[in-house]
Design a protein around this ligand. Sequence first.
Ligand SMILES: NC(=O)c1ccc[n+]([C@@H]2O[C@H](COP(=O)([O-])OP(=O)(O)OC[C@H]3O[C@@H](n4cnc5c(N)ncnc54)[C@H](OP(=O)(O)O)[C@@H]3O)[C@@H](O)[C@H]2O)c1
Length: 257
Amino acid sequence: MILVTGATGTLGSPLVRRLREAGADVHGLSRRDRDPEPGMTWHKGDLYTGEGVDAACAGAETIVHCASDPFHAKRDLPAARRLVEAARGQGAPHLIYISIVGVDKIPYSYYRTKYAVERLIEDSGLPYSILRTTQFHTLPDMVFNVLTKVPGVAAVPKALRDQPIDVGEVAERLAQLALAAGPARRVDDMGGPEVLTAEDMLRDYLEVRGLRRPVRVPLPLPGKAGRGFREGHHLAPDHAVGKRTWRQYLEETHGRR
Ligand SMILES: NC(=O)c1ccc[n+]([C@@H]2O[C@H](COP(=O)([O-])OP(=O)(O)OC[C@H]3O[C@@H](n4cnc5c(N)ncnc54)[C@H](OP(=O)(O)O)[C@@H]3O)[C@@H](O)[C@H]2O)c1
C-alpha cells in the first residue's frame, strides 16, 4: 500500500495516476472530503493539526510526502514531524520526500523549512529516499499569469535564471522510487532540459499566449536569498535530465489548437 500526501496537488495528481496505472494499492491524503473513486482510497486528514494522520498511515508500506503549504511554510516542519511519528507507529515504511534544488544553499524561508524537513527525515530512523528537483513549469506559468493580469510593463528580476521541469517527469521518477524494492537515500537531483533567463521565459510566455507587453528587467534580487538565486544555486545544469522544454510546455498548455 502506498500513501501519497498532497495527492490532490500539482505533483500528487500525476503521481497518483502513474501509481494506479502500475497497479499499486494507492491511498491519498487530503484535508477535504473526496468522492469515492474506483481503485483509489481517500483519507481525510490534516498533517498540521494531526487529524486523521494515524488512520491514513495504517498499513502503509511506502509514503510519498508531497504535501506542502507554501503560504504557511512554517507549518511544513511540524506537519512532517507528525507524519514521521505516524509512520513510525506503522513500523518502518519507506518515506519518500520531494524537495527542491538549492534548499541547503539559499536562505529563503520556504527553502529553509524544506531543508529542515529533509534533515528530519534523514534522522528519523525510517528508510527514506529524497529527490530534489528544479521548479516545475507550472510555477513560472502561474507567476507570469499574475504578472500579466494588469496592463502595462511586465517586469522580471535582472539576472534571474530558471531550469523548469515537467511535473509529469518528476511524478514518473517518484513513482519509480515508490515502486522500487527499497530506499535510496538522497538520489541524484533532477533538472529541466535547459537553463533560461526569466526574461526569455517571459518573452516566450507572451508570444505563445498572444499577449503584447513591453518587458523590463529592472528588478534587483535583494538580500542573501536573492544572492543565492542570482548565483544559480537553485539550478542543476549537471543534471539536466528533463525532456520537455518550456516552449513545448507553453505551446501544449496555452497554444492555439
Ligand atoms: N512547484 C514547484 O516548482 C516544486 C519544485 C520542486 C519541488 N516541489 C515540491 O513538491 C511538492 C508538491 O508541490 P505542488 O506544487 O504539487 O503543491 P500544491 O499543488 O500546492 O499541492 C499541495 C498539496 O499539499 C496538500 N496539503 C497542504 N497542506 C496540508 C496539510 N496541512 N495536511 C495535508 N495535506 C496538505 C494539499 O492537499 P489538500 O488541499 O487536498 O488538503 C495539496 O494536495 C511540495 O513539497 C513542493 O515543495 C515543488
